[in-house]
Design a protein around this ligand. Structure first.
Ligand SMILES: [Zn+2]
Length: 246
């Protein structure tokens, strides 16, 4: 940027450029320069658009506010998790209770700051979670049916799980085509002999439209005797894995 080249016929309009700033500059016919149309300030033609924009904004109060509003930064288009997904994650992974979720002003504000509208009552929250989980179950069931029709047969793994609150659950996973699907946990009330375990397993599978005898070819459990006995009651081939993990 420098010297004044006064003869105006040495400058040509810059053809249409995407960035608006260039419309406020002209280019020199020979030298690699551009010149502000408002104050004759010169810049190298390789000057970044950002610097020209800053010049327009600082010296001439010209900016492209309107366009900036209608074209948010590309990051704004990034797929964002749904409020249902975020809240389910907070409840299951972060173990935030329903009460705390609706009562904590900081949690509520934090979600609002991210552009979410968190449920404000216990009832609204539980309806959201239940609705979300049944939608997931529906989607998974539909996928299983489709894949069974395409000839896939499933392997299941199952394990007993005791929560922090000392509640016991049976966890069930389905495996096929190198993918694992967690079918969630069936609560275990009281003791669980193998026959009862089998009932719970069938119940959990049937929530997803799966039939233990028809759709499952292999079952895998750890070495716990009740699990071994339970799996041996099925028609599927049972494997015991000593390095069992989920
Ligand atoms: Zn200027």
């Amino acid at each position: 940027m420098a010297s004044a080249s006064n003869s105006s016929n040495e400058w040509l309009p810059i053809g249409h450029r995407k960035a608006f700033a260039w419309n406020h500059f002209s280019k020199h016919i020979e030298r690699p320069l551009v010149k502000c149309n408002h104050c004759r300030m010169e810049y190298s033609k390789t000057t970044s658009t950002g610097i020209l924009q800053a010049h327009l904004s600082n010296k001439h109060d010209i900016s492209e506010k309107k366009k900036a509003l209608s074209q948010p930064p590309i990051t704004a288009f990034k797929a964002k998790d749904s409020i249902q997904m975020v809240i389910s994650r907070m409840v299951t992974l972060d173990r935030i209770s329903f009460q705390r979720m609706v009562k904590s002003k900081d949690i509520q504000r934090g979600l609002e700051a991210q552009g979410y509208k968190p449920p404000k009552t216990y009832r609204a929250l539980s309806e959201m979670i239940i609705g979300f989980s049944s939608r997931i179950v529906e989607e998974m069931s539909a996928k299983f049916q489709k894949d069974l029709q395409s000839g896939f047969r499933f392997r299941i793994t199952s394990d007993e799980y005791t929560s922090c609150g000392n509640k016991r659950y049976m966890n069930v996973n389905v495996h096929y085509n190198n993918e694992t699907f967690n079918l969630g946990m069936e609560p275990i009330n009281g003791s669980m002999p193998a026959e009862k375990g089998l009932k719970l397993l069938k119940k959990r599978l049937s929530k997803f439209g799966l039939d233990l005898d028809r759709d499952i070819i292999t079952t895998v459990s750890d070495g716990a005797s009740v699990m071994i006995k339970m799996m041996s009651l099925t028609k599927a081939i049972h494997q015991v894995s000593s390095i069992f993990y989920l």
